[in-house]
Design a protein around this ligand. Structure first.
Ligand SMILES: Nc1ncnc2c1ncn2[C@@H]1O[C@H](COP(=O)(O)OP(=O)(O)O)[C@@H](O)[C@H]1O
Ligand SMILES: [Mg+2]
Length: 222
């Protein structure tokens, strides 16, 4: 399979008032299309810093990042956000749904940003909600849904436009065990359908169940 992600010698340096600090140090990773990978590590190990780079929310201080065939290591903010919208579906720990919107409207929102016409938008959003098993909840608002259901709406939102990469940051961090299992099952199913999924977690147990595990410690891969 083709490489979706190639990180070569990635460093991220944070400047503090009198010093600097390498949050990432010479990271080299490739992820092929269709893989499901966990990135795991203790608090402060550099997971969020790495996720921000993989997710095109930040750029490395040095090194090369090729995403879906495009060198994104040195792009400016507006180009980076363009690529982000087109290439990545995000799932966050805190769901990040719009409270005034229904489940359907939440899932449609990124499709609006992509300029997809109304009719097609609704079709794609309904399909995505069906995939996560929420066809009977499309007119519910987030406060009328359980945490697990809210996260599945967020997953539907992430997959609606079929982006090449799904990036999930502690997606089960705010969920009870049963809901966590459901969310993990949904992610597994999506991977079986061909979606590339990167899951960031400090939960070693969860990470160890993934087909591939990358562990980071002090900004380095171990
Ligand atoms: N903006 C920043 N400025 C300075 N240091 C930072 C900044 N962001 C993160 N760090 C430091 O980089 C290291 C890695 O942080 P982070 O990527 O958030 O780790 P994790 O997500 O694994 O907990 C930590 O030591 C943190 O204090
Ligand atoms: Mg973090």
């Amino acid at each position: 399979m083709k490489n979706l992600i190639t990180l070569a010698n990635i460093c991220k340096k944070y400047d503090t008032c009198d010093n600097h600090f390498f949050a990432l140090n010479d990271i080299c990773v490739t992820v092929a299309q269709g893989e499901m990978v966990a990135i795991s590590g203790n608090s402060g190990s550099g997971k969020s810093t790495l996720m921000n780079i993989i997710g095109c929310l930040d750029i490395p201080s040095s090194g090369k990042y090729v995403l879906n065939g495009e060198n994104v290591s040195k792009l400016r903010d507006n180009r980076l956000s363009e690529i982000r919208n087109r290439t990545i579906g995000f799932i966050f720990q805190s769901f990040n749904l719009v409270s005034g919107f229904t489940a359907l409207e939440n899932v449609e929102l990124p499709l609006v940003y992509r300029g997809i016409a109304k009719k097609q938008r609704k079709k794609l959003a309904l399909e995505a909600l069906e995939k996560v098993g929420l066809s009977d909840r499309i007119t519910h608002h987030p406060n009328q849904l359980s945490g697990g259901q809210q996260q599945r709406v967020a997953i539907a939102r992430a997959i609606a436009a079929s982006p090449p990469l799904i990036l999930a940051d502690e997606p089960t961090g705010n969920l009870d065990r049963a809901s966590s299992e459901q969310v993990m099952e949904t992610l597994n199913e999506l991977n079986k359908e061909g979606h590339t999924i990167i899951l960031i977690t400090h939960d070693e147990k969860l990470a160890s169940r993934m087909p591939r595990l990358i562990t980071i410690s002090d900004g380095m891969i171990v």
